[in-house]
Every structure is written in C-alpha cells, then in structure tokens.
Design a protein around this ligand. Structure first.
Ligand SMILES: [Fe+2]
Length: 384
C-alpha cells in the first residue's frame, strides 16, 4: 500500500464532520475518498455487506485492502488485529461501511494503540491516549439507530465486558448517509437497530448529561424510529430516509448526553446471552422506565426528570409516562422478538451478575435516578 499523504490534521472541534446525505449518497464514495487522502484505503466491512453492495465497482481505480475479520460483538483481540493492520499498511484513509460493529472497528483500527497494554489503558482512561498517526476516516452506515457514524466513541468487548474508546478525535471526518443502503439490511437487524435508536433517544432525553440541544436532537429522532418500527415489512423510501437521518441525529444526541442504565444493563445480555444490542436495550427499558416513573412521583424527586419522562411518552405517542415500559415491550413484540428475558436463556441465578456488571458501568451513573442492585434484580426477575 502506498505511503500516506502527510497532512497535519486540525483538531476535531475545528474540522467538524462532513455529512453527505440522501438516496444515492454512497455514489460519492470515490470523490470523498480522493479528497480525504491520496494513496491506499483500508475498508472495514463485513463479508455480508460486501456481497450486498457493489463496493469494488465504486472503488475502481483505488488501491483497496478489505478487512472483515470479526465476530458479532467484536473483542479486544479483533480490534487489536485491525489496529495492527493499519500500523503495517499505513493506508491514506480508512473507510467503515456496515452496522455499528463495522463502524466502531474502523474507529478502533484508526485510534487504538497497537500494544495490548496501552490499548487496555486507553479503553479505561478518560481521556485516553490514542495512536498519534491517524489517517482520515469515512463512515457509511447500512443500519439506522446506533448512531455510530457520528459518535466519538467505539465499543469493544474486553474480557466479556463492554468498554469504549471515548475521545473527540475518534469521530469520523466524513459520513455518507444513504437511506438506500438500509434496503439491503436484514429485517431482524433493521428492527434491532431501530430499537437501539428508540432506546438511545429516550435514554438521551433522560440522561444527566443531556443539554437542551441534545434533547432537541433526541426528541426529533424518536419519530423516525417509531415510523420505521411501524413499517418494518417493506418500509417506504420516505420512512427509510427519515430513519437514516434519525440515526445520525440520535448519534449526535448521545455524543453529548451519553446513554444511561438502559444501556448499562443491556451490555451483559449481549455479551453473556447473545441478545442483539438494540433489542437488549429495549428489553431492559421495559422495567427501568416504570422504575424511574415511580421514582419521579416520590416526594422530593427532581421535577425535571418527571417532565423528561412525559416528553419521552409524548415523543413515542403514548398517553403518559406510566406506559413507557409497556410500550417498549409492545414494540419489541411487534418487531418480532420476545419481550421476556427468559426467552434468551436468562435465569434467576444470572441476575445478580448482570446487575453487578451493569451498576459498575459509567453509563449507570448517568441515569435520572440511581438504580439499586436488589431492586434491579427484583425487576428483572419480573421480566423473566
Ligand atoms: Fe446503543
């Protein structure tokens, strides 16, 4: 692979993300890639995406190396392999095309230190020490909901626990937001990603770190996911376009607010029981939202938290915040999944460990109300 063009990158905050959106936006891939850097490109994308998309046609004339070597919930070893590949190939640009795992691995390939000890440190430090030489990054999502195309963090499972590389320099330089790419996304993946978007929108509204601007983005995004979840079988072009924009909007919202205990309790379900991420978030919100609603009505509760729950209910089109948990269960079932934790192999004896792992996560501390270990176990037991 040819030498990368040397260009001193401006700080992330000055660069901003260049977003090209709309049907057919993926056709701009060669142009944007050429603008980002001359030389070879490393394309991080799954084998499935490569069979569904005419990537080799789009990238004719470019020196391209593909990397697809990861499992459904990428591990540290896989992220390190990607980082080592970038270190040896020295591509001029990195491209991530696919679902959240592909996009996050493209970010990790670019930023994660190559040495394991340094990589482990970077995944626990705030702010982390990134690799100094980072080629420009272009991302194109083929799902809508995770928002990974615009966030400054990348998830990876380290020793079975979810960790994040979290730094503004992790953010992509350019994003191609093409709703046509959602057409080839398998229905089950589209559904789980839309549930992720729905969960992230609601959690972002409720997060302690939310700002008025992030709440506006989250509220606006929720309608896009509601519409997509209502039309999962053969969604019309307008629905896919709205969902694609909603994905970027919710990503920008959580980039500021981060997520909450909903995500913290979801990660052990994904790591331990293979529940797809978005579905896992929605499942855990079926009991968390009623718990938070109950808290919001207690004497001395912060009035703004009650208002946020009411805002979330309005955005989801339900009659009141007392119905939010049931609404998530209904949405899960309507998307074609079971809303009971037991259906995924979770047993009573697993609940202590799930609660312990979740409550150790920094996401849990970003919740509108604290969640206790015993009450979490009790509520999850009620959802077996
Ligand atoms: Fe998520």
């Amino acid at each position: 692979m040819g030498p990368a063009t040397s260009r001193a990158p401006r700080p992330r905050a000055e660069r901003g993300i260049r977003i090209l959106s709309g049907p057919g936006a993926i056709g701009r891939l060669p142009t944007v890639l050429a603008e980002l850097g001359s030389g070879g490109a490393l394309v991080v994308t799954s084998a499935g995406t490569r069979t569904r998309m005419p990537l080799s046609d789009l990238l004719t004339g470019f020196e391209v190396r593909y990397w697809s070597d990861w499992s459904p919930n990428p591990s540290l070893d896989e992220a390190l392999a990607a980082a080592a590949l970038v270190d040896s190939l020295r591509p001029a640009t990195i491209v991530g095309i696919g679902g959240a795992s592909a996009l996050d691995l493209a970010k990790l390939a670019r930023c994660l230190p190559v040495a394991e000890a340094e990589a482990r440190a970077a995944l626990s430090q705030r702010p982390p020490q990134l690799r100094p030489e980072r080629p420009p990054l272009l991302l194109a999502p083929t799902t809508a909901g995770p928002g990974a195309e615009v966030t400054r963090f990348a998830a990876v499972y380290v020793d079975g626990r979810k960790r994040s590389l979290d730094h503004e320099e992790v953010t992509a330089d350019a994003v191609l937001l093409d709703p046509d790419l959602l057409r080839t996304c398998p229905r089950e993946v589209l559904a789980s990603c839309a549930l992720d978007g729905l969960a992230q929108g609601v959690e972002s509204l409720l997060a302690l770190r939310a700002t008025p601007a992030s709440r506006r983005l989250a509220t606006g995004a929720l309608a896009g996911f509601v519409n997509l979840l209502d039309r999962l079988d053969g969604p019309p072009a307008g629905t896919l376009e709205d969902a694609s924009r909603a994905g970027a909007a919710v990503g920008m919202a959580i980039d500021v607010s981060r997520t909450t205990a909903g995500h913290a309790f979801a990660y052990p379900l994904t790591a331990g029981f293979g529940v797809p991420h978005g579905l896992a978030c929605a499942l855990q919100l079926t009991w968390l939202l009623p718990l938070w609603h109950q808290r919001s009505r207690a004497a001395g509760a912060r009035p703004d938290a009650g208002q946020r729950l009411a805002d979330a209910a309005a955005a989801l089109g339900v009659a009141g915040p007392q119905l939010l948990g049931a609404e998530f269960a209904r949405r899960v079932e309507k998307a074609g999944f079971s809303s009971r934790l037991g259906s995924y192999g979770v047993e009573r004896r697993d609940l202590n460990r799930i609660a312990e792992e979740a409550l150790a996560s920094e996401r849990a501390d970003n919740s509108p109300f604290p969640v206790g270990h015993a009450e979490a176990v009790g509520r999850m037991e009620g959802r077996l």
